[in-house]
Design a protein around this ligand. Structure first.
Ligand SMILES: *Cc1c(COP(=O)(O)O)cnc(C)c1O
Ligand SMILES: [Zn+2]
Length: 432
């Protein structure tokens, strides 16, 4: 038998495990990643760029997917016929003079991951995670979630015969749209009287003690799917990396995936230089920002406070160490923003015609601060990753515009006007 192209590898001690072994941590306790034999991949596929370019626009599954277009870099040993796809990805890039002006960034591009099937980037990780679960013959899959992971997992599990999704949600801390997705797709949904970090502990215990497969981003196969965000972005830019990626950080899986994908893209000759990466957190839940401020000498955890950016309300990011390595390798920075900053940035992008969620507002607010401080220079090209759709967090949007977000007076309110049903009143209300 020829040696494996992919295996599980500890990010600390380098120990290797077979990729078919069900394990989420190394014996030493640290995180695992899916490592690929890149030299072998180069040998097997001398012209990956052409292969990936030829698949753009195809209707053939799974290659029509914006994840599986990069099959050879995601899970090369997973047979194409076993893949569970919706298909996901193929999200748009947005740029306009108005966006550039409002965010004081001439070469600004927004990559809208809210255009995925369940309206967040989590679909990219889940197509990989659920496909691998199916490949391993696992029947029950579970995750803790701030709302988007569970929506995606429920949707993908529902596509597989005999697969049951189990979701651990912090009670009353996810949006109605997120909750609706988990229950309507048929996942067994637990609303638990705790926060995300409490749910995360419980789901890990359940997966350790019962035959239940863990699909949080601690599961390294999720990360492989999420790598495709960066790959797709640089392909859309003609295989050129921008000067910067800006991305919101919660559990820190996504920034880890972005870095891993771009690093491998450079190793495989798809891009010739690395971008810098800026991670941004809400001040209400800023452990990774605080660790960064210590030069990552300390790994800080906090009790996450309420924030409009509820999808990143996480006090102990599971992928902290992977993300820290990415920030260091990519000459990156970490920023943090207030509730007012993130909501005003969201409102501004919305008004430019791009519906963003509060978590994406965190990234946009981070961009504004980094531009104001000159960390991101005038003229540098920037890709901001928008992580979910605004329509998935509609209550926060309405509350902002009607002045009902606690402790915040909106600078760009646009509340509906209540008018009686007669023409003069309508004209008066319109000021016409
Ligand atoms: C999950 C999520 C994030 C954070 O991603 P991590 O991998 O947890 O850092 C950001 N925004 C949205 C909308 C999310 O669903
Ligand atoms: Zn180890």
């Amino acid at each position: 038998m020829s040696p494996a192209i992919s295996w599980l590898q500890c990010i600390r001690c380098g120990a290797r495990y077979d990729s078919h072994e069900v394990r989420y941590r190394c014996d030493c306790g640290d995180l695992l990643e899916v490592a690929h034999d890149l030299a072998r991949l180069r040998e097997l596929h001398p012209d990956l760029k052409r292969l990936f370019n030829d698949r753009v626009g195809t209707n053939e599954l799974p290659y029509a997917s914006g994840v599986w277009r990069y099959h050879e870099m995601i899970l090369p040993e997973l047979p194409a016929g076993e893949i569970v796809t919706k298909p996901e990805g193929n999200t748009n890039l947005y740029r306009s003079p108005k966006l550039s002006r409002e965010f004081a960034t001439a070469r600004l591009i927004l990559k809208h991951e809210g255009e995925n099937p369940t309206l967040s980037f989590k679909d990219r990780g889940m197509t990989a995670g659920v496909s691998w679960a199916k490949h391993l013959g696992r029947k029950i899959v579970a995750c803790a979630s701030t709302g988007d992971t569970s929506a995606a997992m429920a949707a993908y599990a529902a596509q597989v015969e005999d697969m049951q999704g189990v979701v651990f949600l912090p009670r009353d801390k996810v949006s109605p749209e997120q909750l609706a997705q988990a229950i309507t797709y048929g996942a067994k949904t637990l609303a638990i009287e705790t926060d995300f970090d409490g749910c995360m502990k419980l789901v890990q215990q359940v997966c350790d003690q019962r035959p239940v497969y863990l699909l949080n981003s601690m599961n390294p196969f999720r990360i492989e799917g999420q790598k495709a965000i960066g790959l797709e972005a640089v392909q859309q830019l003609g295989w050129r990396a921008p000067d910067w990626f800006v991305i919101p950080v919660g559990n820190a899986g996504n920034i880890s995936a972005l870095g891993k994908g771009l690093w491998e893209a450079r190793e495989l000759g798809l891009i010739d230089r690395l971008p810098r990466i800026a991670g941004v957190q809400a001040l209400a839940a800023d452990p990774f920002y605080r660790s960064y401020q210590t030069g990552f000498r300390e790994k800080i955890t906090v009790t996450a406070q309420p924030t409009a950016a509820s999808a990143i309300r996480i006090g102990a990011p599971v992928s902290h160490d992977k993300a820290a390595a990415v920030v260091q390798r990519f000459h990156g920075v970490v920023e943090a923003v207030s509730e007012e900053e993130l909501m005003e940035a969201k409102a501004l992008a919305d008004r430019c015609g791009v519906a963003v969620c509060p978590n994406s507002g965190v990234a946009l607010a981070g961009l504004r601060k980094l531009r104001a401080r000159g960390v991101i220079a005038d003229g540098e090209s920037v890709v901001v990753i928008l992580t979910a759709h605004g329509a998935k967090f509609s209550q926060v949007g309405v509350d902002y515009h009607t002045g009902r977000l606690p402790g915040l007076s909106p600078k760009q309110p646009n509340p509906p006007l209540v008018v009686s049903a007669d023409l003069p009143a309508v004209l008066r209300a319109l000021g016409l």
